[in-house]
Design a protein around this ligand. Structure first.
Ligand SMILES: Nc1nc2c(c(=O)[nH]1)N[C@H]1C(S)=C(S)[C@@H](COP(=O)(O)OP(=O)(O)OC[C@H]3O[C@@H](n4cnc5c(=O)[nH]c(N)nc54)[C@H](O)[C@@H]3O)O[C@H]1N2
Ligand SMILES: Nc1nc2c(c(=O)[nH]1)N[C@H]1C(S)=C(S)[C@@H](COP(=O)(O)OP(=O)(O)OC[C@H]3O[C@@H](n4cnc5c(=O)[nH]c(N)nc54)[C@H](O)[C@@H]3O)O[C@H]1N2
Ligand code: SF4
Ligand SMILES: [Mo]
Length: 868
């Protein structure tokens, strides 16, 4: 079988993949050894992509309401409704809400249609929730949204500072690269994050800052550098402008002690970081959502960039501020100008840009001003100002802040179109028309990763059902709205060339983004395109794309951080898990990935939990002014007291609770419009249930269990539901499939075990108990694939079967916590490599290596205590 070189579906690291189709919908996934982003390595999510390309849950046909429709009918309807709405209410009465998971070509066509032909800039994207503070910060400092760093800088740096980034989980291959640099050349690593994440496992210093105080931290650093004389006055004089009063501001109130107090960190710890930074010219400061997703995000970005500009640590090998992007094509979206606040090809809405782009597109109706940003856009939908909405490749009913209001807005909107690959999503429930898009492995185009490397995504699977690529869907609607010639694309390469031409159009160096050499690329060359990075080493010559060629320091002030409120004494922080991607529409299909975190957890410091009367594994309700949802409790010393953390991944499709999106405030940064997802006043209370249990069902048809707590994960051959509730649980039996029924009871503990079996195969099994313990699920799950199953299945373990292996740590080799602890103790294992040798854990994708380091540290500490 021949393999196809493509790019990973998930994060902004942009790893190259070599995919070998092995018949039907199956594929073998390997890292592409020739790709500059990963050199053959893949993390757990990339490694298990093969488990997500089946047809389970796919949207295979256009749907109008609940009825299947032909493409012609669906496209005609979308074009007609948009046309009618625009004719009646004007171009600003319609909107697109798109995604950093579209290809650059898809994005380009959608942006062109809205901004050049419909005549509105009401196209915003989920990148607003993700990167817009970085975009605004780059524009303020450099005059253009250019990321002035590459992964090579990580190999050449002597110090890497990770600010607000859980790199070990969210950009694992970059994290492995950092660890490799540490091993090879002793690169130092500092992590700045209120939580002690697994990213801190391999760090020299962890600064557990008080959330929202990064401006103070960075201004304090700049004041330190200034006082120590390690700023670069010559570079600043030649290449940087400072606003009036900038240095006076930095020199007032930013001493070590004041800063340490504001950030709530020990002054000696802070001093260590400042000294290390001062002593290390080759420093990369990498930042992500702990910086961007804040109501002061843009200032936080600029406070970081200020330090690098003032010390001349930019445009040189191993020295740069580095905004690491989230989605596979967050950067491509920025390049085509897919945000409501940008126009196209790194141009804004300045009149000469509007005129230039209008001429290039031969546009009949150019948008002349920015459109509504995501949070305002959905507010406008809720207020009835926007009457037709087209959503592509994003799930706003889950991922926008105050998602309860977003759902109401969608429900009230007269016409909602959704292009998605999945049939059932929380957003899809509100759509009038659903259009089946091509998914990863089927779609064809380019993406740009965090370090400006453009790579091809190539198809290796046939389009299933009637699915179509996103660019095709958009251009078909555009043509039906009357713009046949302007949208006469036959293939992604046609669009790529046009995009490249626009970046080069009347660009004599004013814009760093210039893909001139791509503008005439032939179809075959596009097909064979090797990954390439645009922009060389930006700013190496000290010139910046501003009118006077100089970069700009930005005066940033630390705002007061809200003190705990009486009704909302806790602060809610939200983010990601290692093995899930966003709203789980794809990673949720993988049995391997499901095992790392099987339920949505609220992480809480033991001190807080004790005060609230909450124990580990209890259920608890997290409440904010916006809404509430129930989570499973995980006690964590890594949380700062008073702060809790919940994951963003769970939806109505997967669980009754864990709905983080309902909780954050819809407050945004004033410059970028990015929501402050990382910090919402909240309260937590225990939720008691009378019984708990689990249900294992054969097959891939999800069921909705109407009990207080239910969560579903995919397992080989079926699904596992964790459940809990009040009252009589016997009605749960109704969810067991048909078959011969076996049942066992233990009245004293209120335990019931029921299984249904057909032809020696387990169809389903239910365990519930009021006061007893529940067995490990592993053996029972394996029985879904076993033959000759009988009544003894209710014992929940086979003859001589292994003891419970505990929570899965290594998903590649299915190794659990208990197995690892036992091996460390029994075989005196002293490092991660030794665990790998003994058990295999951590030797494939390597994503669990930080976790192994953590288990090692904890186990040796416990062993030490036991010996004392
Ligand atoms: N496994 C996995 N990987 C992913 C994704 C995924 O869904 N799953 N999504 C991708 C996407 S789109 C994105 S945007 C990235 C996000 O990647 P990251 O930004 O690394 O991920 P998050 O978990 O959102 O948040 C990062 C950290 O910011 C910290 N933080 C919170 N408040 C503050 C603060 O005030 N100051 C500082 N310094 N830190 C703070 C949080 O505690 C958290 O650990 O991940 C990408 N990679
Ligand atoms: N509280 C809180 N909320 C957050 C965040 C946070 O940290 N905290 N992070 C925010 C960030 S950074 C991000 S990026 C967002 C992500 O949030 P979303 O973008 O809403 O999440 P996804 O699950 O990635 O949604 C992608 C959708 O597109 C579909 N899809 C996949 N591939 C394709 C395709 O090729 N074409 C089409 N048409 N559809 C496709 C998927 O099935 C899925 O329904 O969440 C944001 N929300
Ligand atoms: S780090 Fe993992 S998720 Fe991100 S691109 Fe690479 S393999 Fe994919
Ligand atoms: Mo993101």
């Amino acid at each position: 079988m021949t393999s196809i070189r493509t790019t990973c579906a998930y994060c902004g690291v942009g790893c190259g993949i070599s995919a070998t189709p092995t018949g039907g919908r199956s594929v073998e996934i390997r890292g592409d050894t020739a790709h500059p982003a990963n050199g053959g390595r893949l993390c757990s999510k990339g490694t298990h992509l093969g488990e997500t390309v089946g047809l389970t849950g796919r949207l295979l046909h256009p749907m109008i309401g609940q009825k299947r429709a032909s493409w012609d009918k669906a496209l005609d309807l979308v074009a007609k409704k948009f046309r009618e709405t625009i004719d009646r209410h004007g171009p600003d009465s319609v909107a697109f809400y798109v995604s950093g998971q579209l290809m650059t070509e898809d994005y380009y066509v959608a942006n062109k249609l809205m901004k050049g032909f419909i005549g509105s800039a009401n196209i915003d994207t989920n990148s607003r929730l993700c990167m817009s503070s970085a975009v605004a910060g780059h524009n303020r400092a450099f005059g253009e949204d250019v990321v002035p760093a590459s992964y090579d800088d990580l190999d050449e740096a002597d110090l890497i500072v990770l600010v607000g980034s859980n790199t070990a989980w969210c950009h694992p291959i970059v994290y492995q690269r950092i660890q490799a640099a540490r091993a090879a050349r002793g690169t130092k690593l500092v992590v700045i994050d209120p939580r002690r994440t697994e990213t801190c496992e391999g760090a020299d210093i962890h600064l557990p800052v008080k959330p929202g105080t990064d401006v103070a931290l960075m201004n304090g650093l700049l004041a330190w550098c200034d006082a120590e004389g390690i700023t670069d006055p010559a570079f600043v004089a030649d290449h940087v402008n400072a606003p009036e009063g900038f240095w006076e501001h930095i020199r007032t109130g930013h001493d070590l002690w004041t800063t340490a107090k504001t950030c709530d960190i020990a002054p000696t710890l802070l001093e260590q970081y400042y000294k290390l930074f001062a002593a290390t010219p080759r420093t990369v400061t990498m930042f992500s959502q702990g910086i961007n997703q804040s109501i002061r995000g843009t200032d936080q970005v600029n406070a970081i960039i200020n330090v690098h500009l003032a010390t001349g640590r930019i445009g040189k090998p191993g020295a740069a501020p580095f905004s690491i992007t989230g989605q596979p094509n967050a950067m491509g979206g920025r390049e085509v100008g897919g945000l409501a606040s940008t126009l196209a090809a790194h141009m804004d809405f300045a009149p000469d840009n509007v005129e230039r782009v209008g001429r290039f597109w031969a546009a009949p109706a150019m948008a002349t001003k920015p459109g509504l940003k995501a949070v305002d856009l959905f507010r406008a939908i809720g207020e009835g100002r926007i009457k037709a909405l087209w959503i592509m490749a994003t799930n706003p009913a889950v991922s926008l802040p105050d998602a309860g209001r977003v759902r109401e807005a969608l429900e009230a909107c007269p016409f909602v179109v959704l292009s998605d690959i999945m049939a059932d999503t929380d957003t899809g429930v509100h759509a009038h028309v659903r259009l089946p898009a091509a998914g990863w492995g089927e779609k064809d185009g380019t993406v740009t990763n965090s370090d400006r490397t453009v790579s091809r995504q190539r198809p290796f699977l046939a389009l299933p059902g009637e699915a179509k690529p996103d660019w095709w869907i958009v251009k078909e609607v555009a043509r039906r709205m009357g713009w046949r010639n302007a949208f006469a694309y036959d293939r992604p390469a046609d669009i790529w060339r046009e995009h490249a031409r626009l970046t080069a159009y009347q660009n004599d160096g004013q814009r760093v983004l210039n893909l001139r050499t791509q503008a005439t690329i032939g179809n075959d060359a596009y097909e064979a395109m090797e990954p390439f990075r645009w922009g060389d080493t930006p700013f190496a010559d000290g010139r910046f794309p501003t009118p006077d060629g100089k970069a700009r320091l930005v005066l940033t002030r630390q705002m007061d951080v809200q003190a705990p409120l009486r009704d909302w004494p806790m602060t809610l922080n939200t983010g990601r898990y290692r093995d899930q991607w966003h709203t789980m529409s794809r990673t949720g299909l993988s049995p391997k990935l499901a095992r790392h975190r099987e339920e949505p957890l609220v992480e809480i410091h033991p001190q807080d939990a004790e005060a609230l009367g909450i124990a580990d594994r209890d259920l608890a309700r997290v409440q904010t002014a916006q809404g509430n949802s129930i989570f499973r409790v995980m006690l964590s010393e890594g949380q700062r007291p008073g702060e809790i953390f919940t994951p963003i991944h769970w939806t109505d499709q997967m669980a009754s609770g864990g709905r983080t999106g309902l909780l954050p405030r819809p407050l945004v940064d004033p410059h970028s419009g990015q929501p402050g997802f990382k910090s919402t006043p909240a309260s937590v209370e225990k939720v008691a249930t009378e019984w708990k249990g689990f249900l294992i069902l054969r097959g891939d048809q999800p069921v909705k269990l109407p009990c207080l707590w239910s969560t579903r994960i995919t397992v080989p051959g079926g699904a596992l539901y964790e459940i809990a509730g009040n009252g009589d649980p016997s009605w749960m039996d109704a969810f067991l499939p048909k078959g011969d029924r076996v049942e066992a009871m233990d009245a004293s503990r209120g335990t019931r075990r029921v299984a249904t079996i057909g032809g020696g195969r387990l169809n389903g099994v239910l365990f519930v108990t009021r006061t007893g313990l529940l067995p490990s699920r592993d053996w029972l799950i394996r029985q879904l694939e076993a033959e000759g199953v009988g009544g003894s299945v209710l014992a929940a373990r086979g003859p001589g079967s292994q003891p419970d292996k505990g929570a899965t740590i290594c998903v590649c080799f299915d190794i659990g916590l208990h197995q690892i602890v036992a091996a460390i103790r029994e075989q005196d294992l002293v490092d991660v490599a030794a665990i790998g040798k003994a058990l295999g854990a951590g030797t494939n994708c390597g994503s669990c290596r930080p976790a192994l380091a953590n288990i090692l540290a904890q186990t040796s500490q416990e062993t030490l205590h036991a010996a004392e």
